[in-house]
Write a protein that binds this ligand. Structure first.
Ligand SMILES: [Zn+2]
Ligand SMILES: [Zn+2]
Length: 374
C-alpha cells in the first residue's frame, strides 16, 4: 500500500520530521488511531507546517454517501445479480466491496444515519424529535474548509432525516450546519419518492457544487413496512439504477470526475425470515437487521476487490474525515437511557422491537477503513 498523506489541517511544524518518520514506519499498518496519535503529537508541538511533499496525495476532493434505507443483505447483495445488477456488476468492479459490514448499534433509520454521520451509535428518537449528540461530518467539514452551507448537503427521501443537519452538542449546536433537502418539503411534510430525491441530488450537484453529500433512498424500507414484497424489491432495483445514474452523472462532470468518492451502504437491514414479524420489520440484533454491506468507489481506493475484515457504520465517518482531511475531535459518548429506547425502532405506525440493553458496540470509536485504500 502506498503511503497516504495530504497532511491534516492543523498539523504542526516542529513535528514534521516526526510525522514523516511515523508515516514511513506505519505505512503498512495504517489506522486512524495512529493518524490521530500523530496529529495529537504534532499539535502538542504547537507550530504549523506545510504538507510533506514526498508522498502521493489523496485524490478525493468530494464524497457522496448513498444510504439505501432498510434492504436486507440477502436481497440487496447476496441476490444482487438479479435485483441490483449495477451495484453487483460494473460498480463493484470499479471499487471495493466490504461484505462483512454491519450496523451493530441501533438498527432503525435515524440511529443508523446518525451513526453514519457522527461516527457514534446513539439510541436516538426515530421520529425526528431528537438531534444527534455529536456533531456530524458535515459540520466538521464546513468548519475545517471554511466553505458555505451549500458545500455540504443532506438530500433525503425521509423528511425526518433533517435532524442530520445539527447536533445537541453544546459547543456545536446551530453552527456549521449543512444545507437540507429532506422529504416532500422539509420536516413533517412526509416521505418523497426516490426518483425525486435523485433529481434533487443531481440538481444540487450541478448548481451548488457541494463536496459532501448524503443521499437517503427510502423505498425498500417504506414498502417493506407496508408488507408489500413486490414494491420492496422494486425499490431495491430502482435504487440500483439510481446509483448507477448518479455515478455516471458524476463521471461525466469535470468538477467531480476522478475526484469523487462514492460510498453505498444502508442504515440497517430487516429481520431474517422467522424472526419476529420477518422481513417487513426491523430493529433488533438479528443477523438480518445488522448485516448491511458497503461498496466504496473512488480514486484512492482499490478496484475490483472484496474485503474480508469486519467493519461497522461508525467506521464511515472517520473514513470520510480522512478523505476530506478534517478531524473529529468533539466526540462524546452518552449513557443510553434504556427506558427511552423502548419502541423507537418503528419507522411507521408499526411497532418496532424493543432494544433493552446498552449495546456492546455502542461506545466503540470508529476507525478509518484503511483496507479500502490502494
Ligand atoms: Zn431483526
Ligand atoms: Zn424502517
Amino acid at each position: 500500500m502506498r503511503i497516504i498523506s495530504r497532511g491534516i489541517r492543523g498539523l504542526s511544524g516542529a513535528a514534521s520530521m516526526i510525522q514523516f518518520l511515523l508515516f514511513i514506519a506505519r505505512a503498512f499498518t495504517y489506522r486512524t488511531s495512529q493518524l490521530w496519535g500523530i496529529s495529537l503529537l504534532a499539535s502538542a508541538c504547537g507550530v504549523h507546517t506545510p504538507d510533506s511533499g514526498d508522498v502521493e496525495p489523496l485524490r478525493t476532493e468530494h464524497v457522496i454517501l448513498v444510504v439505501i434505507d432498510g434492504p436486507r443483505y440477502s436481497e440487496l447483495w447476496a441476490d444482487s445479480a438479479e435485483l441490483a445488477p449495477n451495484l453487483s456488476g460494473k460498480l463493484m468492479q470499479e471499487g471495493v466491496f466490504a461484505s462483512d459490514f454491519y450496523n451493530d448499534g441501533y438498527t432503525y433509520t435515524n440511529a443508523g444515519h446518525a451513526a453514519l454521520t457522527t461516527g457514534v451509535n446513539q439510541a436516538i428518537d426515530n421520529y425526528g424529535n431528537e438531534l444527534p449528540a455529536n456533531p456530524s461530518i458535515f459540520q466538521y467539514y464546513l468548519k475545517a474548509s471554511g466553505k458555505p452551507a451549500t458545500a455540504a448537503w443532506v438530500v433525503a427521501s425521509k423528511d425526518k432525516l433533517d435532524i442530520l443537519g445539527d447536533t445537541r452538542h453544546p459547543e456545536w449546536q446551530g453552527t456549521y450546519q449543512p444545507s437540507l433537502n429532506c422529504g416532500v418539503n422539509g420536516p413533517n411534510t412526509g416521505y418523497r419518492m426516490d426518483s425525486l430525491t435523485l433529481m434533487e441530488a443531481k440538481r444540487i450537484l450541478a448548481t451548488h457544487r457541494p463536496s459532501l453529500m448524503l443521499l437517503n433512498f427510502m423505498e425498500p424500507d417504506g414498502y417493506a413496512h407496508a408488507g408489500n414484497w413486490a414494491n420492496y424489491v422494486r425499490g431495491i432495483a430502482r435504487n440500483d439504477r439510481y446509483i448507477k445514474q448518479l455515478w455516471d452523472f458524476l463521471k461525466k462532470d469535470p468538477f467531480y470526475k476522478d475526484k469523487t468518492t462514492l460510498l453505498v451502504t444502508s442504515d440497517h437491514g430487516r429481520h431474517l425470515d422467522g424472526v419476529a414479524e420477518g422481513w417487513p420489520e426491523h430493529g433488533d440484533h438479528c443477523a438480518g437487521c445488522e448485516h448491511i454491506g458497503l461498496l466504496a468507489i473512488g480514486p484512492d481506493f482499490k478496484k475490483g476487490r472484496k474485503l474480508k475484515s469486519r467493519y461497522t457504520l461508525v467506521d464511515i465517518a472517520p473514513t470520510v474525515a480522512y478523505l476530506l482531511q478534517f478531524r473529529m475531535d468533539s466526540v462524546v459518548f452518552e449513557p443510553v437511557p434504556v427506558a427511552a429506547v423502548a419502541g423507537i425502532a418503528a419507522d411507521t405506525v408499526a411497532v418496532g422491537v424493543q432494544q433493552k440493553t446498552l449495546l456492546k458496540g455502542a461506545t466503540r470509536k470508529g476507525n478509518v477503513i484503511s483496507e479500502l485504500f490502494r
